[in-house]
Design a protein around this ligand. Structure first.
Ligand code: C2E
Ligand code: CA
Ligand code: CA
Ligand code: CA
Length: 280
């Protein structure tokens, strides 16, 4: 098929052939994973900077591949997005995590008001069935809408059409809260942000990292100031060191997430994390 002499085919090297074959295999495996239900959800605590208590968890999908073992989302989410498989994967994560958090709220001391954050991709935001899906899952699981946070990356929010914006408004009308994920990486203007129906701003890990390398608080201060102006609460992600936690807390950041508190864990381990934080 690679006719010799055609310019486009000249760059089709054996190396690229392997990359393509790999991609085709990954896509076939991913379709099968959706059919066979090979996904699991890990949970990472969101911690109240003041009290140290676990105020919520973020659901993070994992693929338990039969031969490759546990595959992280960075490996397959982009392909899941471009193939549309993300809709089915996302629906699984939403249903599973809402069910699980509803159980913890009923049974784990200190988890009575636990919130759940679920990541939403740009593709899902364009799915006309999304609002019905979320409404259905909340009523099936009994998780209050006000306890669910949907996280959308700043870059996914930037190039959205009116339909997606209406979806965001419809979700918010259910009582759900919306968070801008990876904030600070998507170049959105203050006036654009002001028009979005969001409640929470998640400061990207790259800004938290800067606190270690330079000790420079000015960028984080600017983001926290912007959030305050817009009336948004803030979560700092990727906190790995106590000094980052203390610097962010001192500047008024309400909630933290990161290896300093806990990595994402299997669901069996969440109750003891909640109880331990309660006792601390
Ligand atoms: P994210 O939403 O920004 O999630 C945070 C990522 O940072 C997670 O990686 C988490 O394990 C990692 N992390 C948390 N604390 C630390 C820390 O202190 N240090 C470092 N180095 N990393 C930390 P993970 O689980 O590999 O997920 C990667 C990305 O995949 C997520 O980034 C999110 O964009 C996407 N993703 C994960 N689950 C889902 C899902 O169910 N649906 C969609 N659409 N995307 C998902
Ligand atoms: Ca997220
Ligand atoms: Ca994030
Ligand atoms: Ca991030």
């Amino acid at each position: 098929a690679k006719a010799a002499g055609k310019g486009r085919c000249a760059v089709y090297t054996p190396h690229m052939h392997e990359a393509l074959a790999e991609r085709v295999q990954l896509e076939a495996d991913l379709r099968r994973a959706v059919e066979e239900g090979q996904f699991r959800v890990a949970y990472q605590p969101l911690v109240d900077m003041g009290s140290g208590s676990v105020s919520g968890v973020e659901a993070l999908v994992r693929w338990h591949h039969p031969e490759r073992g546990v595959v992280g989302p960075l490996t397959f989410i982009p392909l899941a997005e471009s193939t549309g498989l993300i809709d089915a994967i996302g629906a699984y994560v939403l249903r599973e995590a809402c069910q699980q958090v509803a159980v913890w709220r009923d049974s784990v001391p200190g988890a009575e008001t636990m919130r759940l954050s679920v990541n939403l991709s740009a593709h899902q935001l364009g799915d006309p069935g999304l609002v019905d899906l979320v409404t259905g899952v909340l009523s099936e699981t009994g998780l209050p809408a006000t306890s669910l946070v949907l996280e959308i990356t700043e870059s996914a929010l930037v190039d959205q059409h009116d339909a997606a914006l209406q979806t965001l408004h419809a979700l918010r009308a259910l009582g759900i809260r919306l968070a801008i994920d990876d904030f600070g990486t998507g170049y959105s203007s203050l006036s654009y942000l002001h028009r979005l129906p969001v409640d929470i701003l998640k400061i990207d890990k790259s800004f938290v990292d800067r606190l270690s390398h330079t000790g420079d608080l000015s960028l984080v201060d600017a983001i926290l100031g912007m959030a305050a102006t817009l009336g948004l609460t803030t979560v700092a992600e990727g906190i790995e060191h106590a000094h980052q936690r203390h610097a962010l807390a001192a500047q008024g950041c309400a909630t933290g997430q990161g290896y300093h508190f806990s990595p994402p864990v299997d669901p069996e381990l969440v109750p003891e994390l909640v109880v331990a934080a309660l006792r601390a």
